[in-house]
Design a protein around this ligand. Structure first.
Ligand code: HEM
Length: 499
């Protein structure tokens, strides 16, 4: 009797699952009917859409951005990708880029950015500046942070940029004397982390004096965990990933705990009337006080931004510097011209002033061209809530839009001979790229740290060119490793000679 009852239950349950599955398939079919007029590569299958091809590529030696580029060349300035019922369009049409990115009414797609709220159950970027998708939550934070990143404020930080970069110079001097090849990516990574800790939070990690710093390792672990989680939502079900997942959870907790401690230390110092540095944290706390930011929710958001600054602002700049050094090493004539400019501006002067930075015209071109070929944060995304016509194609609203700077900046129709590293593209007399160059994104959600990072990059690169001669160790790869941000696969290994 009971077994008969159980059989009935099972039958009804399976029928219900079948009906739900059928309804879901019908829904996907409707979505396909709605969007299939938009060109795009053939789907691998009805349910998974293009996921299998993307997974195959990300697991191979190639990286996803190159696949997006191949598709953009084949399917044009707007093309479609499917995954279950979810549809994404990739847009490289300058007019649509301008319309969507420059307007505050197109928000970031919550489906994508909410996945970075936490990592494997631990709060990570939360509702911080990069991941906040609600306009009001984002705007309130941006207003608090903006003054701390204005040019006039950053001007006062130039001495710290100098002081921290000098540590790299000391390290390189030591390596030059010992004739040790330098892995430039690792070294500039230490400088950018030292700089952001000092300039933003008044903390001196001095990474050249210590190896295996747990904070530095935690950032690296979070980046790797982030990519694992984003690229493979089912990764937690496979035992081979469990160790990495545990380590990522630990790293996330360590980052937030460190932030909590640093913020608390500063608050205490202010309360007892100690002298505190006039850094970004002071500015944030001051503005936060004016804005009456003092509840737990606001406190958690402050930690979200603490983690955000390290994830968004450190590796991106270090990678730009490494790619710039790599390209200078590959192009002796560009190297010579950049060095000549640095020598003319600085002579034998040790410290670089804010005014000097404005005179590095060619060096700026080199840095801009580096971010054209290697946009270290290679894209952004918006939610298109309303119908729009893009490049003559009607796009029904309710769709996610990807803007890949990697693709836009490597398309022949936007940049002639796109794979050639040519800083002359950014000469003041050259035509300005029209909404096809956006390594720092565009519009209201563009990078908060753009000025900060380019001041920092110029100081480090100018000092390097002034004091050392560097050449690439032969035989290394010039390929890109995609770990969410783009970094040089080889680490850029150089022989260094002191001048
Ligand atoms: C070469 C260096 C850098 C590059 C290429 C870069 C690129 C970007 C890009 C593409 C975005 C948009 C991300 C998105 O829409 O998902 C962004 C946002 C952001 N970046 Fe950067 N970034 C760099 C350095 C920095 C630095 C040094 C900081 C901080 C110290 C920073 C802080 C931020 C913040 C807070 C946002 C979010 C802005 C908002 O939505 O209001 N970035 N960055």
């Amino acid at each position: 009797m009971i077994s008969e009852w159980l059989l009935y239950m099972l039958f009804y349950l399976l029928s219900a699952v079948f009906v739900v599955f059928l309804a879901y398939c019908l829904y996907i079919h409707q979505v396909h009917l709605k969007y299939d007029h938009i060109p795009g590569p053939p789907r691998d299958n009805f349910l998974l859409g293009h996921i299998p091809t993307i997974n195959r590529v990300t697991k191979s030696e190639r990286h996803m951005n190159d696949l997006l580029l191949i598709w953009a060349e084949k399917y044009g300035p707007v093309y479609r990708l499917n995954s279950f019922h979810y549809v994404i369009i990739n847009v490289h049409c300058p007019e649509a880029t301008k319309t969507i990115m420059m307007s505050p009414k197109y928000l970031k797609d919550p489906f994508i950015y909410k996945r970075l709220f936490g990592l494997f159950g631990k709060r990570f970027l939360g509702y911080g500046l990069v991941t906040a998708t609600d306009h009001d939550i984002w705007y309130r934070q941006r207003r608090i942070m903006d003054p701390a990143f204005s040019s006039s404020y950053l001007r006062g930080l130039i001495s710290t940029f100098n002081e921290m970069s000098e540590r790299l110079m000391d390290k390189l001097e030591e390596m030059a004397i010992n004739k040790t090849p330098a892995v430039m990516h690792d070294l500039v990574n230490c400088v950018t982390l030292d700089i952001i800790c000092k300039v933003a939070f008044g903390v001196d990690l001095n990474l050249f004096k210590q190896t295996d710093n747990p904070f530095q390792q935690a950032i690296e672990q979070c980046l790797q965990g982030m990519v694992l989680d984003l690229r493979d939502p089912f990764c937690k079900f496979f035992p081979k990933n469990w160790k990495a997942i545990q380590e990522t959870k630990g790293a996330t907790v360590l980052l937030r705990k460190t932030g909590e401690q640093w913020i608390q230390n500063r608050k205490t110092a202010v309360e007892i009337g100690e002298d505190v540095p006039n850094d970004i944290l002071t500015q944030i706390l001051k503005t936060a006080k004016e804005e009456k930011v003092n509840n737990t929710k606001d406190h958690e958001q402050m930690l979200d931004n603490f983690v955000t600054f390290f994830i968004a602002g450190q590796e991106t700049t270090a990678n730009q510097l490494s790619f710039a050094i790599m390209e200078l090493g590959r192009h002796p004539e560009i190297y010579k011209r950049a060095k000549a400019e640095v020598d003319e501006v600085l002579g034998t002067k040790r410290d670089i002033s804010y005014e000097d930075l404005g005179k590095f015209t060619y060096l700026s071109q080199v840095l801009k061209e580096t971010l054209r070929l290697y946009p270290t944060a290679p894209g952004t995304n918006r939610w298109l809530h309303e119908d729009m016509v893009i490049n003559g194609i009607k796009i029904p609203g309710g769709i996610s839009v990807i803007f890949s700077s990697y693709v836009a900046q490597r398309l022949e129709k936007h940049f002639k001979d796109p794979l050639k590293f040519d800083p002359e593209r950014f000469n003041v007399n050259a035509p300005k790229p029209y909404y096809c160059y956006y390594p720092f994104s565009l519009g209201p959600r563009s990078c908060l740290g753009q000025v900060f990072s380019q001041m920092e990059a110029k100081v480090v690169l100018a000092k390097l060119l002034q004091r050392f001669e560097f050449s690439l160790v032969p035989g290394q790869s010039f390929e890109i490793k995609d770990i969410g941000t783009l970094r040089p696969k080889s680490g850029v290994i150089c022989n260094i000679k002191q001048l």
